[in-house]
Design a protein around this ligand. Structure first.
Ligand code: A2P
Ligand code: MG
Ligand code: MG
Ligand code: MG
Length: 389
């Protein structure tokens, strides 16, 4: 008897088809389709490191958001606000991942770079970031009495210059996703994912301002709610949520709603990030009664993964190119919780093309039951928008 182990191409690269060839009867008997546990286990160290890195970075962000001073807000060429916390968070995540995974080649695709911090006049800002990084590491205590220099911080930020792609492993980081929400005092996330051969294999979303309890359609800020959630997902292993400053993870699932009239939907807080008129036309077609829940960042993916809402619609204005760090972690958090993330043609997002996602028009997210009706409503609304009566 001759046993063959044949690797087939599936959306999950670690799925192996084990077939047994009987030499006597020359007949192929497919015995089982099962997850290769050794491949899954090879992500365990990275998973633990990612949770640690995102949690430590979240502490720095929380501290800065509390004391946010107008002078902390810089302006990048694209006019998006970038704060000392974006840089500090990126430096911390790179530092922690490299420390925790010393024997692995390190590649990270991240949003920020140190160019502006190396300019004349940026020394005070760089020193402030370095102090924040060192204070956060010292409070954490895992790395003894280590003190990073300003040059160490610049280097850690710049280790995020990888281009990603379809080969090898690459970390993908948005050190603060939803900077506008962060500056406003609202929702934001630290979003970290790992790509292996172009597929997202694990993701962590730290959401420091997200209430632990469901936000559903009545979401509004309230000082007395307990906040701070860490979502994490590994391919084939489900999605979990735990308090950012605690343990006891809970497995989460997307909503099981089948009737679109009962669905509520998320969209960007910022009108400049998504066409709200298109979302409301789609919601109308679906008979959605609840008003949209508008919150910043990938927190929307986290909230959807635990069933707070049923649909997330994102239609950037013409010319905007989506980046992988804005969706990689959120995407696996939702899919491992049983949801579906696709473009408007129903194609899954392709993270293997470098730092941009080449997308057809927009991103839609919901559960498996609602997706066909959602795709239909999206298609009709897009057609009506293209040729209004
Ligand atoms: N013009 C834009 N259109 C769509 N998304 C944008 C635009 N500018 C920035 N973003 C990114 O959209 C995400 C947050 O938007 P939203 O809250 O709408 O989901 C962030 O990733 C933000 O980047 P950043 O990480 O710099 O905050
Ligand atoms: Mg930004
Ligand atoms: Mg972002
Ligand atoms: Mg960002």
């Amino acid at each position: 008897m001759n046993i063959n182990c044949l690797r087939i191409v599936t959306p999950q690269p670690q799925v192996k088809l084990i077939s047994l060839f009987s030499t006597r009867k020359s007949r192929t008997l497919i015995l089982s389709l099962k997850l290769s546990s050794s491949v899954l286990m090879s992500y365990d160290k990275g998973f633990a490191a990612a949770k640690k890195a995102a949690s430590i970075a979240a502490r720095l962000c929380q501290k800065v958001q509390k004391a946010l001073l107008q002078s902390d807000v810089q302006s990048k060429l694209d006019r998006s606000p970038v704060t000392v916390a974006d840089y500090g968070s990126q430096a911390l995540v790179s530092f922690v991942l490299e420390r925790e995974l010393p024997s692995e080649p390190f590649s990270i695709v991240a949003e920020e770079d140190s160019k502006d911090l190396r300019k004349d006049g940026a020394q005070d800002t760089l020193q402030r970031i370095t102090d924040l990084v060192n204070d956060t590491l010292s409070i954490d205590g895992s790395y003894g009495s280590i003190t990073l220099s300003t040059e160490d911080v610049l280097k850690a930020i710049d280790s995020g210059k990888s281009e990603g792609g379809s080969h090898g492993r690459h970390w993908v980081l948005d050190p603060i996703d939803g900077t506008k929400g962060f500056v406003r005092g609202d929702q934001y996330a630290i979003a970290l994912a790992l790509l292996d051969e172009g597929k997202v294999v694990l993701g962590v979303l730290a959401c420091p301002n997200l209430p632990l309890a469901s936000i559903r359609s009545d979401y509004q800020h309230s000082a007395d709610k307990e906040v701070g959630c860490l979502f994490f997902a590994k391919i084939g292993a489900g999605t979990y949520m735990q308090p950012l400053n605690g343990s006891s993870p809970l497995k989460v699932q997307v909503t099981a709603i089948e009737n679109s009239e009962e669905a509520s939907f998320f969209e960007s807080y910022e009108k400049a990030h998504s066409m709200h008129d298109l979302s409301s036309s789609i919601a109308k077609k679906l008979g959605v009664k609840a008003p949209p829940v508008r919150i910043d960042s990938q927190v929307k993916y986290g909230a959807l993964s635990r069933g707070d809402g049923a649909i997330y619609l994102r239609f950037p204005h013409k010319g905007y190119r989506e980046k992988i760090w804005d969706h990689a972690a959120g995407c696996i958090v939702v899919t491992e919780a049983g949801g579906v993330v696709s473009d408007v043609s129903g194609n899954p997002l392709d993270f293997s093309k470098g730092k941009y996602l080449d997308l057809d028009t927009g991103i839609i997210v919901t559960n498996q039951k609602l997706m066909p009706a959602l795709l239909k409503a999206v298609k009709e609304s897009l057609e009506e928008k293209a040729s209004p009566l």
